[in-house]
Design a protein around this ligand. Structure first.
Ligand code: KIV
Length: 266
């Protein structure tokens, strides 16, 4: 398998080949995703919820995101590594955005960054693109806007909101974005947005008519169990398997079965 670049991601759309992206926040899970041949590893700010146990993504810091990106980097050989810019790492101005996006590439080893927002981030996307930092955008349900949205709710339900999302996607493409994550939007709208832009759309809760799909790895593997969004699918039950294994360990120690001679030195 060959190293995947931003150019490879861009080529997949006209060729009609679906793009895959999964989150990972450390070495072992990034290795698993990379070995499975997934196109992109996203060090998502969802780390706040699924690893740090916080109720939303707002508290995770730039230093923490860089730390996780460094760990994930060591596990990735082929996939494109994308660092997710946390809340308030780019909202206060373009110079913050440049400095923090630069940290993802210089310190974390990421090859692109992702940020949330539509028309309000156009200047930021332009500045990062000018600085040779590939930018993936994220519109629809943007978890960093949880308080404005009044919760994690489907977006683009009215004609006005739908038209705004189409306009935002077009403007983000013009600003230089190389891909757009569409989160929690009706599938017909996602189809319209996908047809309106020449860069790939990566859906999460956006139905099948998009150019690729992304999921939070801990949802897919059944590790995060506080809730499962309607749009996620569990392909494994690792939390249950893990607890079973730990109970067996506890049991075997209590009964004197572990360690046996096999695990002991003569
Ligand atoms: O942080 C994250 O995991 C994300 C994905 C849900 C796209 O932004």
């Amino acid at each position: 398998m060959k190293k995947i670049t931003v150019q490879d991601i861009l080529k997949k759309k006209p060729e009609g080949r679906k793009i895959t992206m999964l989150t990972a926040y450390d070495y072992p899970f990034a290795r698993m995703v990379d070995e499975a041949g997934v196109d992109m590893v996203l060090v998502g700010d969802s780390v706040a919820m699924v690893v740090q146990g916080i109720e939303n993504t707002l508290p995770v810091t730039m230093d923490e995101m860089v730390y996780h990106t460094k760990m994930a980097k060591r596990g990735v050989t082929n996939a494109l590594l994308v660092g997710d810019m946390p809340f308030m790492s780019y909202q206060a101005g373009v110079s913050d955005a440049l400095r923090n996006a630069g940290r993802f590439l210089k310190e974390g080893g990421a090859e692109a960054v992702k940020l949330e927002g539509g028309l309000e981030v156009i200047q930021t996307v332009e500045a990062l693109t000018r600085a040779e930092i590939p930018v993936m955008c994220h519109i629809g349900l943007t978890p960093q806007a949880v308080h404005r949205m009044g919760g994690f709710k489907i977006q683009g339900r009215t004609e006005e909101a739908a038209n705004r999302l189409i306009e935002e996607a077009r403007e983000l493409e013009n600003a230089g974005a190389f891909a757009i994550v569409l989160e929690a939007v009706p599938m017909e709208l996602a189809k319209r947005i996908t047809k309106s832009v020449s860069i790939p759309t990566i859906g999460i809760g956006a139905g099948p008519h998009v150019d690729g799909q992304v999921l939070v790895l801990y949802d897919l593997l059944g590790i995060f169990e506080r809730f499962l969004p309607k749009f996620a699918k569990r392909y494994a039950h690792m939390k249950e398997e893990g607890v079973k294994a730990i109970i067996q360990f506890r049991d075997e120690v209590e009964k004197g079965i572990f360690p046996s001679e096999d695990q002991s030195f003569k």
